[in-house]
Design a protein around this ligand. Structure first.
Ligand SMILES: [Fe+2]
Length: 240
């Protein structure tokens, strides 16, 4: 079972897909390429909205999509709501942060800032783990400056952190080398399309799964998927 761990496919939940038609086309492409579960993760920016406002918008978007899925009656992947949570100042202190986790789990997709990662950033990440008791998945680590990712991998080598890589970064020539070195860092890796409505991102994710399987072997590749969806079903109180 392959999973898209990072996507922007809920209609009008953020700047990703804008229509249910577009969302449906993307979901059907995912399924055609053996991606059976899709984590839909609209951006969460604390500066723009509260958790409540975000959840209300996401709930509306999902309801709109579910209606069309039922109407059309065509198979689509299993959908799990989540958020791509930008770890800006104050986020790690938010009450109810667990409501942004991947549905049914304690795993939370975290987008780190695109600046130097000093002590404050790592302190926030520690807070997410230690005070909220959540398990961060670091969104597209390969997109950040190399010195940042090196620091993070060194610091959290023995932690519960999971690293997410975008499929297209593994496939495209200019980003492949760096992405492969992260893929082989020894920490648990998951893949995502980060698709905002571009079908090519999903095709690249399918290719990336084949590549990652060659480099890591099927067992290592599938282990983090089982960890997220198999062992961590003890979450309660999430609003979709
Ligand atoms: Fe994203």
């Amino acid at each position: 079972m392959y999973v898209d761990f990072h996507s922007h496919l809920l209609p009008r939940a953020d700047h990703g897909c804008q229509t249910t038609r577009e969302s449906m086309a993307m979901l059907q492409t995912e399924l055609a390429h053996k991606i059976e579960t899709v984590v839909v993760s609209p951006h969460f920016y604390l500066k723009q909205n509260s958790i409540e406002e975000f959840l209300a918008r996401r709930k509306k978007a999902r309801a709109r999509l579910e209606e069309v899925i039922t109407e059309r009656g065509k198979p689509v992947p299993q959908i799990r709501t989540a958020a791509e949570v930008q770890l800006s100042t104050g986020v790690s202190e938010l009450e109810g942060l667990d409501r942004l986790c991947i549905e049914g789990t304690r795993f939370i997709l975290i987008e780190l800032p695109y600046t130097f990662w000093g002590r404050a950033v790592f302190r926030s990440l520690d807070q997410v783990m230690e005070e909220h008791k959540l398990r961060p998945i670091i969104a597209h680590l390969e997109r950040f400056p190399a010195e940042n990712s090196r620091d993070l991998l060194r610091r959290y080598a023995d932690s519960d952190l999971i690293i997410q890589i975008n499929g297209y970064s593994l496939v495209q020539m200019f980003t492949r080398r760096r992405s492969l070195s992260i893929l082989r860092c020894g920490m648990p890796i998951v893949l995502g399309s980060d698709c905002h409505g571009d079908r090519d991102n999903i095709l690249d994710l399918a290719k990336a799964y084949r590549m990652a399987e060659e480099y890591l072997g099927k067992e290592t590749l599938l282990a983090p998927i089982a960890r997220v969806f198999g062992e961590e079903k003890n979450r309660t109180g999430q609003t979709q």
